[in-house]
Design a protein around this ligand. Sequence first.
Ligand code: AMP
Length: 410
Amino acid sequence: MNILVLNCGSSTLKFQLISTDSEKIENHSDQRLAHGQIERIGGAAIITLKAEGKSPKRSAEPVRDIKSAVEIVLRWIASDESGIEQVSSLSDIHAIGHRVVHGGEHFTESVLIDDEVLHGIEDCIDLAPLHNPANVAGINAIRNTLGKGVPQAAVFDTAFHQTLPEIAYLYALPYQFYRRHKIRRYGFHGTSHRYIAYRYRNMLNIPRENVKILTLHLGNGCSIAAIKDGKSFDTSMGLTPLEGLVMGTRSGDIDPAIFEFIAAKEGLSVQEAETLLNTQSGLLGISGLTNDMRELLAEAEENNDRRSKIAIEIFCYRVSKYIGAYLAAINGADAIVFSGGIGENSPYIRSLICERLNWLGVRLDKEKNEVQTNGNEGIISIDGSSINIYTIPTNEELLIARDTVRLIGS
Ligand code: AMP
């Protein structure tokens, strides 16, 4: 089956076309056929479309909304120009899997989309006002173009974390705010943490119940999850993705009183202060240069840039601190797994983070960390390390495609 995986954001649409079915899932022979993205939707958009093994096609044109963006992607996939052998018309796209950001407390797993599910996703707009409307627009765009007969599945960023116990998900606020407004920790990147935990137990050939690990998704957005008995027990993002680790442009944890303070001092509304914490803070805010870790590492090394260096150090310090806290939360762990653009690719960041775990008997294998697993799956700690350290590249799109196939099958 050819599954189109869509990740519709407020101004960006990312997609992958993946060929998979139950047999391919069993043999791990799923195949990506094409991928791409449309950025700056709502204005002069930049379109990147790429079939596997072919060179990417880049163009710029005005794209009004998510609906138009979805139509552009569908038209290209079905066209001769794309050169995707397995697809010659729209009927060769067999189902759609959507990455949906917020499923609230209602959605604890992936589901096939019908009218009731669509309303459920709309009900969560309050909790994710920027993201869920884009997801709904994507679902409707597919219905309009391909018809209601083409199955669509919703895979929620929050679903994996619905197993968090009360002690981890309740904030110490007046309890009625949870009852009235559902203010609680939801957590995000759930599909990524679930995929990493799944690859880990596959690699070790152990049952799900025996998985007791910390998973680190360190990309432009960053989060950590403590997984116990194969289930998410705690995670660093909260009601929104703003909480927790230092990220590319997000502050992560801060004293909540800073909100009001910034707003008063800078003459900003609460909304503007929140935007500042989401888009102008984190690595970008501290360095004053960039949210891109690769660029920061280059600045630090080539120009000895002080603020780049401190941004990198704060980033790693916060991760180590969370590791300490989460080891206490689940009474120790068998492994810590690095993932995401930074976690998968930067031996230096991994070593800075693990240095603070030396007291615990954690020891990286220098060579494995540097060379062997750069962007690959594997162990990077020495034999005698008290906790094994791994890198496992995440693949949320693959999990979304597989969930879609499973849901259609059932
Ligand atoms: P993601 O959001 O998972 O795509 O990750 C994006 C982040 O990963 C950016 O900050 C990149 O600079 C960072 N990244 C990618 N490759 C490397 C690398 N080789 N070393 C350090 N950071 C990297």
